[in-house]
Design a protein around this ligand. Structure first.
Ligand code: 4EH
Length: 231
């Protein structure tokens, strides 16, 4: 089995590289890919750099060049739902692009012709995550995660996103990875640990909790790997 695990920022994959220990570095298309052999399985780990375009390139490369058959994303997110606190884990049931807007032509936000507002994540991988959570007694939330090319640090924008997309959390890469994987028929899973509340304090909260929240997410993905490769 060939498995892709990606993040957007170095901090989001560092705990993974530390856990797997030994890897080969491959540079391709202006990005590093860290290839691990884990019990006869190949795991390709990379951070994409921030945003929808970068994350699309890396997801696509992991699938098309490296031959990855499943893709997991691990990282941090801003909370939209008031039920989510810093450090909480949320898995995406489906994802949308909150900054995709051709509403001038009567289309819903997040929609373009021949696309759909929401991209569904793989049900089997979500089920595996729920099994891991219950075995380890971890409170794993699920919900809609939305993506846009902006760091949201404004309650008004956050509230608009909440009501327009019924979102639980927001970030800058998940939906583009989702579009890529669904187009290529690759099961994917997007996990995020909350780093901030996407409000006026977001940048401070983000700086303070990036590392700890990124590790919470990465540790959970590591716990999922055994179950996925034995599946
Ligand atoms: O990859 C980007 C990072 C912020 S930008 C998206 N990630 C973190 C998730 C995220 C997020 N996205 C949008 C966490 N909180 C978010 C929020 N809005 N409020 C960044 C941060 N630090 C340095 C450089 N870029």
């Amino acid at each position: 089995m060939k498995l892709a695990i990606m993040g957007a920022m170095p901090e989001e994959i560092e705990p993974l590289l530390e856990f797997f220990g030994k890897y080969e570095t491959v540079n391709y298309a202006n990005n590093n890919y860290y290839v691990v052999n884990h019990k006869g399985n190949e795991i390709v780990i990379a951070y994409s750099k921030i945003g929808k375009v970068n994350s699309t390139i890396i997801a696509c490369t992991m699938i098309q060049k490296f031959g990855c058959e499943k893709l997991l994303f691990s990282g941090v997110a801003g909370a939209v739902s008031p039920d989510l606190k810093v450090g909480d884990l949320v898995v995406a049931t489906k994802l949308a692009q909150h900054d995709l807007d051709i509403s001038a032509f009567g289309h819903p936000y997040g929609f373009v012709p021949e696309g759909s507002v929401y991209e569904e994540a793989d049900a089997k991988l979500i089920e595996i995550a729920k099994d891991v959570a219950s075995e380890k007694n971890i409170d794993l939330k699920d919900g809609i995660i939305v993506t846009g090319d902006q760091f949201v640090c404004d309650s008004e924008r956050k509230n608009w996103i909440a009501k327009t997309f019924d979102a639980s959390a927001l970030e800058m890469e998940g939906a583009s990875v989702a579009v890529t994987c669904n187009a290529l028929n690759i099961p994917f899973f997007i996990l995020r640990a909350i780093s901030d509340a996407a409000d006026m304090d977001a940048s401070f909260s983000f700086d303070e909790f990036l590392e700890t929240s990124a590790k919470i997410s990465a540790d959970f993905v590591i716990a999922m790997v055994e179950k996925i490769i034995n599946d």
